[in-house]
Write a protein that binds this ligand. Structure first.
Ligand SMILES: [Zn+2]
Length: 346
């Protein structure tokens, strides 16, 4: 398949909804993104589903006006949102952090947008979209012959597994929930450190360490007992203290570096499981760390690589990279997913 270079008529649009804004992009038939930068409009998620659908329609109109593409050339729309949601875009009935109003619970956002726009809409969760974009950006024309895994560290730990250029979705869309993969804790936590817990109910999964929630619930409470005179000990609430940890790590603070060393170890153990599970060509790391100071993100990626135990044969082909273009990865990955879904049915 030479889809990256063969021009075909029509475009797909990617729409990435966040808590406050929607970013839009356009992918043409030759595999080129027609929007270089962010194309953001308010997402209006807090105003509920109707306002959000209006805002998405405006985002679509806006990006088409920007690129001069008539709506008649749009073959499909790729939509991505933060989770949790089903594989076909039904927001979790238990609610989701960014979709907190009761009207959102169990809401079929993909179906509603399909009806609103009169266009096919393909749904992807935001971590899967970022994984797909990182994969295609890294491998280009080779993407369909390569596999990768992406861990996206944020409030939680999201991710995606890409095999032969496609996101592995699983039976009910729960493949690639990397945060809830349990990892060995022996040698990762200190001898007197309590076992870290996750909001999902597991103890010692990857998210219980490698996420902002893990820092708040598990890492900072322990490390502050080791550094009782640390300035963060007087910062409340603990969420506020956790938000400062990365900045401190960038400037070499011992406590903060201990926290990130444990996160790197957790991610390395997760990638070690991946190495024995799907044996990917590439290991991508995304989320807030991508925006960190260059010396710190290089250190962190290097620590993750060091903690990943690959076999000699794997080390010869594997690459470790940061997810590029963090702010645009969601919309671009959603657009790629929409293009792929169209190709699959043709
Ligand atoms: Zn969990």
């Amino acid at each position: 398949m030479t889809r990256a270079t063969s021009a075909s008529p029509g475009v797909v649009v990617g729409l990435d909804i966040g808590g406050t804004s929607t970013n839009a992009t356009v992918l043409d038939g030759a595999g080129r993104f027609l929007v270089e930068d962010l194309c953001e409009t308010p997402s209006r998620v807090l105003a509920g589903p109707d306002a959000t659908l209006d805002a998405l329609a405006q985002a679509l109109g806006g990006v088409l006006a920007l690129t001069g593409v008539p709506v008649t050339e749009v073959l499909a729309v790729g939509l991505d949102t933060p989770g949790p949601a089903s594989a076909d875009g039904v927001i979790s009935s238990r609610g989701a952090t960014n979709f907190s109003q009761p009207e959102w619970r169990g809401y079929d956002i993909r179906g509603a947008l399909t009806e609103r726009l009169g266009l096919p809409v393909v749904y992807t969760n935001d971590a899967n979209a970022a994984a797909l974009y990182a994969h295609h950006r890294h491998f280009g024309a080779q993407a369909d012959r390569r596999s990768s895994i992406a861990a996206i560290v944020g409030t939680g730990l999201g991710g995606g597994v890409v095999e032969s250029g496609r996101v592995v979705q699983g039976a009910v869309g729960m493949a690639g929930e990397l945060g809830h993969v349990q990892i060995p804790m022996h040698g990762l936590i200190a001898e007197d450190q309590p076992l870290p817990f996750c909001n999902c109910g597991f103890v010692g999964d990857a998210e219980s360490v490698a996420s902002l929630t893990g820092i708040v619930n598990n890492l900072l409470p322990y490390w502050l007992t080791r550094y009782p005179d640390h300035p963060l000990a007087s910062v409340t609430p603990i969420q506020a203290a956790a938000m400062k940890v990365r900045g401190l790590a960038e400037s070499g603070d011992e406590l903060a570096l201990a926290v990130f060393e444990q996160q790197a170890a957790a991610l390395g153990r997760l990638f070690t499981i991946a190495a024995n599970f799907t044996d990917p060509h590439a290991y991508f790391l995304g989320g807030g760390v991508v925006e960190a100071a260059p010396h710190f993100r290089s250190w962190f990626l290097d620590r993750v690589r060091t903690h990943s135990q690959l076999r000699d044969e794997q080390l010869k082909v594997a690459t470790f990279e940061l997810v590029p273009d963090r702010d645009m990865a969601g919309a671009r990955g959603a657009a790629i997913a929409a293009r792929d879904a169209r190709e699959a049915v043709q």
